[in-house]
Design a binder for this molecule. Structure first.
Ligand SMILES: Nc1nc2c(c(=O)[nH]1)N[C@H]1C(S)=C(S)[C@@H](COP(=O)(O)OP(=O)(O)OC[C@H]3O[C@@H](n4cnc5c(N)ncnc54)[C@H](O)[C@@H]3O)O[C@H]1N2
Ligand code: MOO
Length: 445
């Protein structure tokens, strides 16, 4: 399903010797002399490589705005008429001409205007109209006073407050001007977008259709939750967790289940998935063990763009391409699979699917205890951050940092992102924190 070859464009990697121009499959041949572990690709380069080199492969579709929730917008959304399209009252009260205030002690109420009233009312000198929120302003009026700031006897109105000229009037185009762009290409269409589209009468929008993602786990030791485990076996948690995260993304998922640690079985599956999917995601088998065949299968059928990223957890991550699809090989350890999915696969899926680039927000926090860290890889440590009364954030590790322990994601509310070349962190030092995306762990709902 991969289209033309825009992904083969030049990639510039600054290093000590100047700029090197790479095509998508040249990366492994580069001497990574800027990195203390030269065999590892720095994470920021891997991320920008994916986001910059991958093309948009999703196809746009012009369809009902109500179907577009969660998809990426494929054309800017524009207002064809101003909102509101007529001057109307922002309060329940009385509408009058401001200049009348100096001439009349009281105003005579001559009509009542309700929201949705289609008559064009008119008032004259010394008159006012009782008006409801959202009702059209009568001709001859330019100001509204709130009902609570008036008193009324029969049809005589006394004002107890001097409003400003134009007070409580919503003017045409005040919310949205005619021709105004209200949403950008690549926006993820949210409930707010849906409401906005409805408010400007945009019944159809152009949005990207979901790309197809195939998912499988590899490992002879894996069993389905619910089954009895024999000695040496574990439950397949990666596929369940990845499926759950993919559910919140604008993609179609084909679940290929669990494959044994067997090169020909993986090759057979990749051949099939290559024709059925735009993207294939696997977990495990990308390290150097005797049963790690995923990378070999990718090399047999396609090409590897890069393997091994300077991040912890998640070092043995592989990205490459088959004839008709892109391939992401996640490491088997569950936390490593989660972190590489969030840091590398999600931005790539956004790009392929037509989404706008998104940088996760990070901010400084003071380490309340020490953090273990070795130079050489960016660490994503599961951590607990709290803000004090002065607005200062404090952060501490959330339990064990083992790559096998998903439980500390439940305890944690953020990642402490510890830079590649940094060593151990002492209590009191500043570190960066990033909230755990709600794809993996809801923070509020
Ligand atoms: N000599 C080396 N050994 C390892 C290295 C290394 O660089 N040199 N890297 C380590 C790191 S870091 C990771 S992460 C793992 C990644 O290994 P693989 O991607 O090859 O995955 P496996 O070895 O098959 O499995 C690792 C671990 O994860 C468990 N696992 C696998 N799949 C699942 C699943 N679907 N659900 C739950 N758990 C799963 C598996 O049983 C293993 O315990 O390699 C290190 N070794
Ligand atoms: O990075 Mo491994 O991914 O440390 O567990």
């Amino acid at each position: 399903m991969v289209g033309d070859e825009p992904s083969q464009g030049a990639y510039q990697r600054p290093n000590n010797t100047g700029i090197i121009y790479l095509s998508i499959f040249d990366y492994q041949r580069i001497n990574m002399d800027s990195c203390s572990h030269p065999e590892l690709m720095p994470l920021d380069e891997a991320q920008s490589y994916l986001v910059k080199q991958l093309p948009i492969i999703a196809s746009p579709k012009f369809s009902s705005y109500q179907q577009s929730l969660g998809f990426y917008l494929a054309s800017t959304a524009k207002a064809s008429s101003p909102i509101p399209s007529f001057a109307n009252s922002a309060m329940d009260g009385y509408a009058f001409a401001y200049e009348n205030l100096t001439k009349y002690d009281t105003l005579t109420v001559t009509q009542q205007i309700l929201a949705g009233d289609i008559h064009r009312y008119e008032i004259s000198a010394g008159e006012c109209a009782q008006i409801m929120t959202g009702a059209p302003m009568p001709i001859g009026a330019d100001t509204v006073i709130m009902q609570e700031q008036t008193s009324r006897t029969a049809n005589q109105l006394t004002l107890h407050h001097q409003p400003k000229l134009g007070a409580n009037v919503r003017h045409p185009g005040e919310t949205v001007k005619q021709g105004q762009i209200v949403a950008q290409v690549g926006d993820t269409i949210s409930a707010a977008h849906i409401g906005l589209f409805a408010s400007i009468g945009l019944a159809q929008v152009n949005y990207y259709q979901p790309i197809t993602v195939g998912l499988f786990s590899t490992g002879d030791e894996l069993r389905a939750p619910g089954s009895e485990l024999e000695f040496g076996q574990i439950y397949d948690s990666n596929r369940a967790m990845l499926q759950a995260m993919l559910k919140s993304l604008p993609v179609k998922v084909i679940d290929y289940g669990v494959l044994p640690d067997n090169l020909s079985a993986i090759i057979d599956l990749l051949k099939k998935a290559n024709h059925e999917c735009d993207v294939i995601i696997s977990s495990a088998g990308v390290s150097v063990g005797h049963a790690d065949f995923t990378k070999d299968a990718l090399e047999t059928l396609g090409q590897i763009a890069f393997w091994k990223v300077a991040m912890k957890p998640g070092k043995p991550f592989a990205f490459g391409r088959l004839s008709d699809s892109y391939f992401f090989g996640l490491p088997g350890n569950p936390v490593s699979a989660a972190v590489t999915f969030l840091q590398l696969v999600v931005p790539a899926l956004r790009k392929l699917g037509g989404g706008r680039e998104h940088q996760p927000q990070r901010w400084p926090a003071k380490a309340s205890v020490s953090f273990k860290k070795h130079p050489g890889r960016v660490d994503f440590q599961r951590a607990i951050a709290e803000v004090d009364e002065q607005g200062q954030w404090h952060v501490r590790p959330a339990g064990t940092q083992s790559s096998a322990t998903l439980a500390s994601f439940i305890e944690a509310n953020c990642f402490a992102v510890l830079e590649q070349e940094r060593g151990p962190i002492q209590a009191g030092e500043m570190v960066s924190i990033e909230m755990i995306p709600s794809l993996l762990r809801y923070s509020i709902y």
